[in-house]
Design a protein around this ligand. Structure first.
Ligand code: SAM
Ligand code: SF4
Length: 321
């Protein structure tokens, strides 16, 4: 089978799909408080168009899919999309990244549709702070979401935590404990510059500093565990903690991913402005053209991100994180 190998010898097998730019939260590091102009639905790929693209991508060796957003659960009928993707030959895993607030309502349907696993983003355990970070969220909804996943028998649930200096860095140990008690892995992510946070350096805290905080209570042992992404894992007692270091130690040399935006553009790299639009080809059902466009996106995938240079700070909610 043909594989997607880029100019730097990286094999691309992982596709993150943002299915909507909309969200029921307005996290301070991701979206502005107001004044957001949502893309009209006519600009957004339909589920059938997404599935056609995934069919073509699977023929070229993509075997893992992550559904993201915006908040993917605010788009109606996501379980239908999961069923469609699940039936595509060559797709081994479909996972979802969510803010967790709507799991109570939709997790059962997702399980029945065949979703393999879920990552919940959670940056704090304090209700007031949760409201401050997400602007619109209620932590109870998210905590109930964890319970629902347990009841439904979801395995390999993960927590993603973005750590921000002076905002939630005092909760690293509490979040660790929460994850260990629940028996889920937690991954700490370095805060990345985006178009909504101009003074990002103020909030940035490196993974080395986060590790030092954790080591005041826990012993971190390097672990062999691998995920689909760039996380480096350590074992802590019976659990695992992962660290994602887009800035302090880039993982571009082993990057295996591309992204598809909700309005139908392939992003070869999160930290690079290049885009390849597949919308027209998807709308026409032109599989050969979709294949050519996907190969083109892989051909132009840059060696490394340029997140630290100005002007390329994209919107996380538009590209799916
Ligand atoms: N709404 C879903 C959620 O929050 O999980 C999915 C989309 S969200 C854009 C995907 C991930 O990107 C989340 O884990 C979020 O914390 C992360 N993210 C957003 N802005 C970020 C930033 N400036 N730095 C690091 N991670 C960020
Ligand atoms: Fe919404 Fe997720 Fe962005 Fe928060 S991080 S505003 S939940 S898309």
């Amino acid at each position: 089978m043909e594989q997607l190998i880029d100019r730097f010898g990286r094999r691309i097998n992982y596709l993150r799909i943002s299915i909507t730019d909309r969200c029921n939260f307005r996290c301070i590091y991701c979206m502005p408080k107001d004044g957001i102009e949502w893309k009209p639905m006519s600009e957004i790929l339909s589920y059938e168009e997404i599935a056609l693209f995934v069919l073509v991508a699977a023929e070229l060796g993509i075997n893992k899919i992550k559904l993201t957003g915006g908040e993917p659960l605010v788009r109606k009928g996501i379980d239908g999309l999961v069923s469609m993707l699940k039936s595509i030959n060559g797709i081994d895993e479909i996972s979802l990244t969510t803010n967790g607030s709507l799991l109570k309502k939709y997790a059962r349907g997702l399980k029945e549709a065949g979703l393999d696993r879920i990552t919940i983003s959670l940056d704090t355990l304090k209700p007031d702070r949760f409201r401050l970070i997400t602007r619109l969220g209620n932590i109870e909804d998210v905590l109930e979401g964890f319970d629902v996943l347990d009841e439904l028998g979801f395995k390999n649930t993960k927590i993603n935590t973005v750590v921000m200096r002076g905002v939630n860095d005092d909760e690293v140990l509490d979040l660790m404990e929460f994850a260990l008690n629940r028996g889920v892995d937690i991954r700490f992510i370095e805060f990345m510059p985006t178009d909504v946070v101009k003074d990002w350096q103020r909030y940035f805290i490196s993974i080395n500093d986060i590790k030092s905080i954790i080591e005041t209570r826990y012993t971190l042992k390097p672990a062999d565990k691998k995920s689909n992404g760039p996380s480096v894992y350590y074992s802590v007692g019976d659990g695992f903690v992962g660290f994602i270091t887009p800035l302090s130690k880039t993982f571009c040399s082993v990057c295996n991913r591309i992204r598809l935006t909700s309005d139908g553009a392939i992003l070869p790299c999160l930290g690079h402005p290049d885009r390849v639009s597949i919308k027209e080809a998807a709308r026409k059902g032109d599989k050969d053209r979709l294949k050519r466009l996907l190969r083109e996106a892989i051909r132009i995938k840059p060696k490394e991100h340029a997140l630290l240079s100005e002007n390329i700070h994209s919107s996380m909610s538009a590209v799916g994180g």
